[in-house]
Unconditional design. Sequence first.
Length: 258
Amino acid sequence: MSGEPVICFGQQPCGFFPRRFLVAKIRTARRLQAEIGGRIVFFCHDSDHDPRETKTIVRHRRLGEPLPLNFAFANKWQRKFSPLYAKRVLPEWQIKTAATLHPYVDPFLVKAFEETHATKVAEFCLEMYQRMGFLEGMDVVRSSDPAFREAACEIDDYYVDVPYEGEIVRARYVQGQLLLHKGGDVYETCPRVPFGKKQISPARDTRLKWMQSVVQCTHYVAGASEQDYLRVADAPEINFVHRETIERADEAYTELQL
């Protein structure tokens, strides 16, 4: 590692307006940077496939009533099993959602939403975060980046991105099989295909070790749920920092300033 502090936080794309807990991580990282210097790295885990990650809860500006929104998907395979970097943004969804947003967010955000032209879910979220000013002055590294994956360490618990039913799906590799979890104890087996490091992304318990092998951070801002499962023994060189608290953490942040 170099002598410069590297302050990192990790997060899946979490709504087309970022959830408030992500903003809390950003605030914490910026505050720490003001104290110790260095640079900030946003480890964007866009290899995740869970469609619930991008649920976006906005509140009516006058009535205060919540409205949950999410991307629409072309088919069940893409919705449930494609990684976020591969899920496609449907043009008709964007048009319909933009019309819905007017009573809920500032006109500036509606305009930013309408002018975002990314065709994949992860890229759409990142472009919105950029337009809202959240990513200014930080490095964004994506777990889907083939160069990142190639540079990362070997891990023994992982997913593999493979073609299946006309889509790219994220299958868990278990004892030589590529499995899609359909709920409960039900799994679907994908045909075995050749794969290498560029197709591999980590499971929850191997994510920190895998990320750190490339990012080499000195400080990591951990969210509330991360504190329960992070295997800190995998990276004893990291100083772990709890993110600041924020009200309504799972709702979208729709204010115009940090």
